[in-house]
Structure formats: C-alpha cells, structure tokens
Write a protein that binds this ligand. Structure first.
Ligand code: AMP
Ligand code: MG
Length: 533
C-alpha cells in the first residue's frame, strides 16, 4: 500500500501524445495538441467529506493516508505530487445533435496515471478544480449538489454492475460558486466542491472527432494508435503495426461496449441526460454525471434534463438510438484512417443486433426466464412495458414484487396480482381494464414460466440478480444534498453504504426502496435538473 503523495505515476497520455506548446491558462483554441498542461487552482478551506473505500482499495492507497493533510490537498487541487503531470484533454463533440467544435476538459484536470501497487493503471481526475484553456466562458468549478450526485451515482452504478468511471473522494473547497440553478435569471452562491474521479482513461468519442473535423490527421492517428495500444492491446497485430483493419476492429469493440452499456442503463432505469459525443467514453463507461436521473414511474419519454425539455433527445427510450447515432459520428471521425466506408458501416450495422440480443437477454433475466424465444417472449415483454405505462408504476418496485408473485398452478390470479399493488403510485387509478390486462398478462407469464418447469424459486433468484431493490433515486440524492448543505455529511456516507449491495433487500432500509414522495414530484433537483452544475 502507498500514500497518495508517494504513489507511482507513469503519465502515458502526456508522454506519448502532442502537448499544447503554450502554458497560458486562459480560454483559447489549441490547434494540433491532444492536451494542455495546467495546474489545479488552490482553494480556500479544503475538506474531504466522503470517501469510497473500494476505490481507496482499488488504488492500493493506505486507508490511514486518507485522513492526512497531503491526501486532502492532492484530491482538492491544493498540491501536486511529484509523480503527477496535471493536464486537461482537448476534445470536441456533438452537443444535442450539432457539431460544437473544440470543447475539452473545461473543469476537469487529470492529475496523472497512477500505477497501483498491483500493477494496474488508473487515471485520477479532479472535477471542479479550476479553469483550463478549455473552460470557454465558464469558471471550471463545481458545486456541492452536483458533486454529491456524481460521487454517489458513479459508485452506485459500479455496485449495480454498470460500467462506469469511479469516484475516490468528495471534498468541499471552502469557496463559494455562483450558479443560476435553472438558467432563469436567479444566480446565487453555493458551496464549491471537487470530486476525484478514477478511470483507466477519460478518453471520449470527442477526442477523435475534433482532430478529424479539423483535418489534423497526425493527431487523429496518434490518439487512435495510443488508445488501441494502451487499452485494446489484444487488437495490435503481431507486426506491431496498426493498420486499417486494426482501426475497424477497435471501432467494432466500441460499438459493442456502447451497446452493452446502454442495455445496462435500460435495465436499471438510468437516464444519462446529456449523451453528447463528448460525454461518451471510448471504454464504454458511464461518464460525466450531470443532469442524470432515475426512472421512478416507468415513462420512456422522461428526461430529467430541463435543458432538453423540448426535443427530449436524451429521454430514456431514446438512449439506444442515440448510442448508435453517436457511434456513427465516431465512425465518421475514424474514416480517414480506414480509407473506405464499408468496413466501418458493417461494424456499426452490428450495433442493432448487439443491442437487441443484449436487451433480450436482459429482459429475460428481469422476468426470471432461463431461455428467450425472440418472437413469443418479446411480445410478453412489450405487453408488460405497455402495462407499466398505463398507470403510474414504479419500475424498480414492480420488478422486485413480480419476483414475489407465486405462479404455481394453485395460485389465484387475484392473489398473484396483489403483491404488485405496492408499485402503483395511486392504486385507486387502477381501473377494471388495467386490472384485467394485468390478470391476462400474469396468466400468460405463468404459462410461460411453467413451460420452462423451473419453479418460482429459481425464477425469483434470477430476477433479483437483475432487478436492483436500491437505486440512486433522485430524491434520495436530494435528501443527502439537503443534509450536507446544512453541514451534516453523514447522509452521503449512509446512502453510499446502502448502494453497496443494491440487489439484497435488507430490513430497516425500506426508506431507500420506497416510491418517490410527493414533495419530490416537483422539487428542483429531483424531477428537474439543468446542466447548471
Ligand atoms: P458537459 O456536457 O456538462 O459534460 O460539458 C460540456 C463542456 O462544457 C465540456 O467541455 C465541459 O468541460 C465544459 N464545462 C461544463 N461546465 C463547466 C464549468 N463550470 N467550467 C468550465 N467548463 C465547463
Ligand atoms: Mg462532459
């Protein structure tokens, strides 16, 4: 184990790719470079308020170091360890469907790539540690509410089994930050905070798109070869030469991991909220937790992001299609390295099957089936999701209760239906027509499970491994935010603790598995979020 200040760093992104020759830290275009060296901005009174023990462990950091002043200063940008080489990445992106040009790490500063004591590599990145050349007109800072949301949700996603960037620490900066929460002309001061994020790399689709869009072919080739050599090493041919076929194979992998990622999002009810191409990880990780949200009542048209209120481009039900759209942009960016469109087209065409198969398998597990018959079972699933929309129904609770339903021959249909009532926001809205449709569906479901002959026990086991009982409900995060803002940070740790084991129902934790309370229905931060963070 090591202390963070003595940790070993080997900053390959900086040593292998083109650096911005200027060290002027003000917003500007940075042609030709992959990154700019930039030092985090010191803060007034840094204080670590939450830690993820699993990430401390992942990095091989001695737990006793996490209470040291040097740890606190390093994870808040108030000090830089000897092995670190802080930098901001240069990337571009399509925002809400439009090409936005250079974006880059405007409020994220990579500290460096840590070589952990067991030899694995993880990049440490501070979110909210001050301006960089990519900050454009903004301040490079982050506020407590959004930092709590990022810290908690990235760890919750990990424990749910969803690929994601991780979070080592959450800290207050001791400074105040001005934000207009709803962009409606009411700016106010809020506590500033920094999250130390952790991932093998934070490279995004936009890292490829920007050099491609500007005809910077050397830069495009360099970032692509770097990414393949470092993170897709098994694709490098024996000759060591990366050619067009290698690039296509790499692209195919990204197509697959992105499809797989979005299957997970749909499984747990996660809505990213800002699936711009600069927010899609080349490793297929969930990245950049901003105005994300969790489906409570099942509504595929829902988006938590008020900035996207009109087009609802990033609504829950649109995420699979947007994944494909974003991959098409990445494919266009890689085209100059491949020289022909057909192989890239073929690779992205595989997205639909990859997603459909993964989705089928996911719904199979959610229903506790051992096999999946595309034609029959897909219609069973479609009817179920239609039912979920008929009256306000909590998706998470519904699938857990469905596992409790007895489907053996003797059970009465009404008795089967009874456990599901928990999932309805207002059981009085369930009229005879809805009830009858549920009864019919339950009969079909019972017949289907009987045909497998596996019994209720195995079915429930399969279901409860795919359907979490505890998810990062928007209002739970808000409760932790409210407490923390009032000075009580214990709720953040408590919530993280619940989320550590999201598939095991435990007595005493009913609060964390309950439906959205009425106060949260219209509360900003719960059902409405903006990009203001
Ligand atoms: P997002 O879609 O929120 O991930 O951010 C889009 C772009 O805006 C990225 O280049 C971010 O680095 C940048 N950005 C977002 N918020 C800030 C901020 N407070 N200061 C500087 N840059 C920011
Ligand atoms: Mg972003």
């Amino acid at each position: 184990m090591t202390s963070l200040v003595d940790a070993r760093f080997d900053n390959r992104f900086c040593s292998r790719l083109a650096a911005d020759p200027s060290d002027v830290n003000r917003p500007r275009q940075v042609p030709g470079a992959a990154f700019s060296r930039v030092v985090p901005t010191p803060t007034g009174a840094p204080e670590v308020i939450a830690l993820a023990d699993e990430v401390v462990d992942l990095l091989g950091i001695d737990p006793s170091d996490t209470t040291s002043d040097s740890f606190r200063d390093l994870v808040t940008g108030n000090a830089v360890a000897p092995g670190m080489d802080p930098f901001a990445m240069r990337y571009g992106g399509h925002q809400f469907g439009n090409w936005a040009g250079q974006l880059g790490d405007g409020r994220a500063i990579n500290l460096g790539e840590m070589v952990t004591p067991d030899g694995s590599r993880q990049t440490l990145q501070l979110k909210g540690a001050g301006r960089t050349p990519y900050s454009r007109s903004a301040d490079g800072l982050a506020v407590l509410r959004s930092s709590i949301r990022e810290f908690l949700c990235s760890e919750a996603m990990h424990h749910l089994g969803v690929p994601t960037t991780r979070a080592l620490s959450l800290a207050l900066t001791g400074d105040q930050v001005m934000r207009d929460l709803l962009y409606d002309g009411h700016p106010a001061l809020e506590p500033g905070a920094v999250v130390c994020r952790v991932a093998p790399t934070f490279i995004r689709f936009g890292n490829f798109e920007l050099p491609a869009s500007l005809g910077e072919l050397d830069g495009l080739r360099a970032i692509t070869e770097f990414t393949i050599r470092e993170y897709f090493a098994d694709l490098v041919p024996e000759s060591g030469e990366i050619d067009a076929d290698t690039v296509v194979a790499f692209y195919r992998r990204v197509v697959e991991s992105t499809a797989d990622l979005i299957v997970h999002w749909q499984r747990v009810g996660f809505v990213h909220g800002v699936m711009n191409t600069d927010n899609l990880s080349i490793l297929g990780l969930t990245i950049d937790y901003g105005p994300y949200g969790w489906l409570e009542d099942y509504d595929p048209d829902w988006t938590p992001n008020t900035t996207d209120r009109h087009g609802r481009r990033y609504r829950f039900g649109n995420q699979p299609g947007i994944g494909q759209w974003n991959l098409a942009q990445l494919g266009n960016a890689l085209h100059p390295l491949v020289g022909e469109a057909d192989p890239l087209q073929e690779a992205i065409d595989a997205y639909v099957d990859r997603f459909r198969n993964g989705y089928g398998d996911m719904v199979r597990a959610k229903l506790g089936l051992q096999t999946w018959d595309v034609d029959d079972d897909e219609s069973l699933a479609i009817e179920l999701f239609d039912l979920l929309r008929m009256v306000e129904t909590d998706m998470t609770i519904l699938f857990r209760r469905l596992a409790d339903v007895r489907l053996d021959d003797t059970a009465e249909t009404e008795a089967r239906f009874a456990p599901l009532v928990d999932a309805f926001y207002d059981p009085d809205t369930v009229g005879d027509d809805v009830r009858n449709r549920w009864h019919r569906w339950l009969d079909n479901y019972a017949a289907r499970t009987r045909s497998e002959g596996t019994g209720d026990g195995l079915r429930a086991e399969t279901m409860n491994a795919a359907n979490p009982i505890y998810v990062m409900r928007n209002w739970l995060a808000q409760e932790a935010i409210d407490a923390s803002t009032a000075g009580d940070h214990s709720k953040v740790a408590e919530l993280l603790d619940v989320m550590r084991d999201p598939y095991t129902e435990r007595p005493g934790l009913e609060h964390y598995a309950s439906k959205r309370p009425d106060w949260a229905r219209t509360r900003v931060g719960c059902s409405m979020l903006s990009c203001s963070s």
